[in-house]
Design a protein around this ligand. Structure first.
Ligand code: GTP
Ligand code: MG
Ligand code: ZN
Length: 289
């Protein structure tokens, strides 16, 4: 058996990258019987059934370390969350939702602030450095910061996420791809409603995934009471007066998070995102999760 990675799936065919090249594969019937569908990003074992063209059968799907629903992709190491300094203006709540999703899935997070040619990235960088994230300033337009970005992601499976128009595809093009950007990508999206995830091999090793803006990753499979676990700067602040404190509406003297917000150690935008996401989760009953 040959080990590889599913880089693309279309109409029941899975394209598996291995030492032998890309093989067009079908999944064995046993997976359908077991109600397991192969996903892009799955590490698989295949047998070769034809040499030219290279075709195979998926014999084994190895355990997933994580998976995302939208885009449907498994075994993501890192998500690069792209924020534009302007045009479009930062949507902090959306970024923070993405972060929560990634934290829950155990995916490493990098915040990349793009379009530094039109406004300064400093405020955005400060918000996320203070919260404990790795950040990087980049400019697809001026081709700046791209080697730094490449160094952070090489060898990994990396999803690029963030609002429409922030420059995900433009950054990937600077990394050597040839993706549609700007209005073209929007027109295309209208035409093809089914957008599938695809792993694109990075020439310095690893894979990237370009996700369309708004493909988002709604936070819903989380209990409101555990949301605080996915805001990393809420940790290590010491104990609140009441165990199980969700850090909402409590006096600063009773709540370590509320006190840290008061002292300016937690950025207002992060705390506002917390309140807003909490609000969206609080009516979901445990048995609905
Ligand atoms: N000024 C400036 N414009 C940029 C920069 N990066 C990208 N753009 C422009 O921003 C627009 C959107 O860029 P895309 O790369 O298509 O954005 P995207 O995040 O892939 O958007 P979706 O595919 O819709 O999610 C395009 O017109 C780009 O030319 C930058 O660094 N500076
Ligand atoms: Mg795009
Ligand atoms: Zn508290």
């Amino acid at each position: 058996m040959i080990n590889g990675v599913i880089v693309k799936g279309i109409g029941g065919f899975y394209y598996v990258q291995s030492d032998r090249g890309v093989a067009e594969c079908r999944a064995r019937g046993k997976f359908r019987k077991a109600q397991i569908s192969p996903m892009v990003g799955d590490k698989v074992g295949i047998s070769i059934v034809n040499e030219n063209p290279l075709q195979g059968a998926i014999e084994e799907i190895y355990p997933r370390k994580n998976f995302l629903i939208r885009p449907p992709v498994a075994n993501v190491d890192t998500v690069v969350i792209v924020i534009a300094t302007a045009s479009p203006n930062p949507d902090y709540c959306m970024v923070d939702k993405l972060i929560v999703t990634a934290e829950k899935a155990g995916i490493e997070i990098i915040i990349a602030v793009n379009k530094t040619d039109i406004a300064k990235p400093d405020n955005i960088i400060e918000v996320y450095e203070k919260a404990g994230f790795q950040t990087i300033s980049v400019c697809a337009e001026k081709n700046e910061g791209i080697n730094g970005l490449r160094a952070l992601i090489s060898g990994k499976t990396v999803a690029f996420a963030g609002n429409s128009g922030v420059g995900k595809s433009s950054l990937l093009n600077r990394l050597g791809f040839d993706l549609e950007t700007g209005e073209v990508s929007k027109i295309e999206r209208g035409k093809h409603t089914t957008r599938h995830a695809e792993l694109l091999p990075l020439d310095t090793g690893g894979y990237v995934i370009d996700t369309p803006g708004f493909s988002l990753l709604e936070v819903s499979d989380i209990k409101a009471s555990e949301l605080k676990d996915y805001f990393r700067e809420f940790k290590d602040l010491g104990d609140c007066r009441f165990s199980g404190c969700v850090h909402i509406g409590a006096k600063p003297s009773d709540c370590a998070v509320s006190a840290a917000v008061g002292r300016g150690e937690i950025c207002p935008s992060r705390y506002e995102s917390y309140l807003s996401i909490y609000d969206s989760l609080k009516d979901i009953k445990d048995w609905e999760l």
